[in-house]
Design a protein around this ligand. Structure first.
Ligand SMILES: C[S@@+](CC[C@H](N)C(=O)[O-])C[C@H]1O[C@@H](n2cnc3c(N)ncnc32)[C@H](O)[C@@H]1O
Length: 197
């Protein structure tokens, strides 16, 4: 299914309705676990999960005692999260990363596994401005995205990250190659941790 660079919430709704979510993994990704280990963010800090999909990482974070605000543009994905993860105290919201219902400088950590690389180019600045608005100073955003640009994704690379996350507002870590695991094997990707100054 084409979910390319001009994708909308409706495309994603259709994917979730059709049970076409090959990007999902059960449980948290290893890189998220490692980053939390290094960052040592104390629960119950507020974590924003951006483009949470079926909510597996959000639920993992919540089970560690964090307050989790999990957002996805797709109402269908959020409906599935609410029914699959009943009882988990995650705040599920069908909202876009370009308009997050959180206060300024309230978020201790933001998690993005596969969302930034599907955000259309004309919305990327809004993504970055909104993440900047809600992050606390020195708080990190973890992004994982495709190594290459194709019909489905834009690459997460030094060039694309530096184009949007300006040095005046952010400090970027190294862009590290990794595999974005999924139920169907996964794709080659890059990950990067970016801190608000
Ligand atoms: C490749 S999926 C990754 C989902 C999940 N993070 C995971 O690892 O399984 C990308 C997700 O981003 C969501 N998304 C796309 N555009 C968005 C936007 N503007 N705001 C919030 N979520 C968005 C999609 O609905 C989809 O669930």
């Amino acid at each position: 299914m084409y979910l390319g660079k001009n994708s909308t919430a409706i495309n994603w709704d259709q994917s979730y309705k059709n049970h076409n979510y090959t990007w999902t993994i059960e449980g948290p990704s290893p890189e998220l676990v490692s980053l939390l280990c290094v960052e040592m963010i104390k629960p119950p800090g507020l974590i924003l999960d951006i483009g949470c999909g079926l909510g597996n990482e959000a639920v993992f974070l919540s089970s560690l005692g964090y307050n989790v605000h999990a957002i996805d543009h797709s109402q269908e994905a959020i409906n599935m999260c609410m029914s699959r993860h009943r009882g988990h105290p995650v705040t599920w919201r069908a909202e876009s990363v370009t308009d997050v219902s959180l206060q300024d400088e309230s978020v201790h950590f933001a998690n993005d596994r596969g969302c930034f690389h599907v955000i259309p180019a004309h919305l990327r600045k809004e993504y970055v401005d909104e993440v900047y608005r809600v992050l606390k100073p020195n708080a990190a955003l973890l992004i994982r995205g495709s190594l290459v640009t194709n019909d489905y994704w834009d690459e997460v690379s030094e060039e694309t990250i530096d184009m949007y996350f300006d040095e005046d507002r952010f400090v970027r870590g190294p862009i590290l190659p990794m595999k974005i695991f999924s139920e169907t094997g996964g794709i080659k990707g890059n990950m990067v941790s970016i801190k608000k100054r």
